[in-house]
Ligand binder design. Sequence first.
Ligand SMILES: Cc1ncc(COP(=O)(O)O)c(C=O)c1O
Length: 433
Amino acid sequence: MKFENSKRLYGRSRKSLAGGVSSQVRAGEWPVPLFFERGEGPYLYDVDGNKLIDYVLGQGPNIFGHAPAWLTDAVREAVQRGVSFAGQHELEIQAAEAVQKAVPCAELVRFASSGTEVVQAVLRLARAYTGRPKFIKFEGHYHGWMDSVLYSYTPSLEAAGPYDAPTPVPGSKGMSPGSADEVVVLPWNGIGLLRKALDRHKGQIAAIITEPILCNTNCCMPKPGYMEEMRRLCDEQGIVLIFDEVITGFRVALGGAQEVLGVTPDMATYAKAMAGGYPMAMFAGKQDIMRLLEDGSTVHAGTLNSNIVAMSATVASLDRLTEDDGAVYRRLYETGEKLMDGLRELARRHEVGLLVQGPGPVFCISFTTAQEVTDYRSHKQQTDAARYAEFRKGMMERGVRLTARGTFFISTAHTDREIEATLKAADEVMRGM
Ligand SMILES: Cc1ncc(COP(=O)(O)O)c(C=O)c1O
């Protein structure tokens, strides 16, 4: 494969864009951050003429693949009448009503533009509702790049501190020093640790925020009973339970992870898959919390909130996700499971220690002999990141684009053809490992 044009454009972009990119996670790609000309279905086409099977899918949003004609048409048709009104329009109500039907915790909703900002909104609401200052977040969970939550996403084990009382490790220079006082960081999937922390900070915790399925680290599922007990403890102590469903929402089921797990949080955050790749985010929650926004004493605002691009894409996407009694999800699971099974079988044949875990529409692979990874620390201790980087490079050389952290996003546009081509590439790469 050639990358000459991407290399040239990257050289040029570094003179006008800080680091040559617009989001940190795009820096440091091999061989350089690629420049793309277009996406179509499960494929991306770059400026060097490479055609890549895409499992990054924009980091999750493109659940129908790239540029599905029906979605492009719906947005094109809508934007002809204007885009930003700073006022109300009926598409918002249509989308909100569809969400109310689909998502168990969605008694009321608000729309916004990014996952990062809706996380801030729900933390503010939880504080306003409870009158308490702190919240609990878990190691290896990502909730956006703001000061309040960018703690202990990928800390070194030395910096992370003791297992039963972790140190909040800032993910960036320049974060507000005061923000560390408000966050209590814990390992995930340990109910005893959670109980102890709640005792230690009694009456101080406004919210627990968690990815309900830990998609940002090894796609770990919650242990049986873990979420149920978290729910019970929150009820008992008047704590707001927040599911960050920015990845899982509308991807693992129409009602997100809360539907799959059968545990309903008090509030939840969404973005990514709900608008099929268009910029959209949402938070949803119980009436008595969301109603704090009614009199303006607790504030959520945004110039571009519920613009026509976002809302027309959302309404069209929700229509598609709800039609034919879950056909989209049947397809996503079937495709995901086929690829997961195929990768497991190849690893067995090549005697490569490979763990493939996750629900299917999103899953993760890691190089390890462990049977299961259940939290950030076990991921860090037991999986071989350098080996995955080698595998990922080999896949890229064979025309398959994977995420840096081993997460695979599946779309309805991926067919048997792409799965077979992906497994053929994986077969070749594993043979050389
Ligand atoms: C679980 C989760 N929450 C929040 C965010 C932040 O969303 P955004 O990148 O739209 O700001 C992400 C982004 O990947 C995420 O995975």
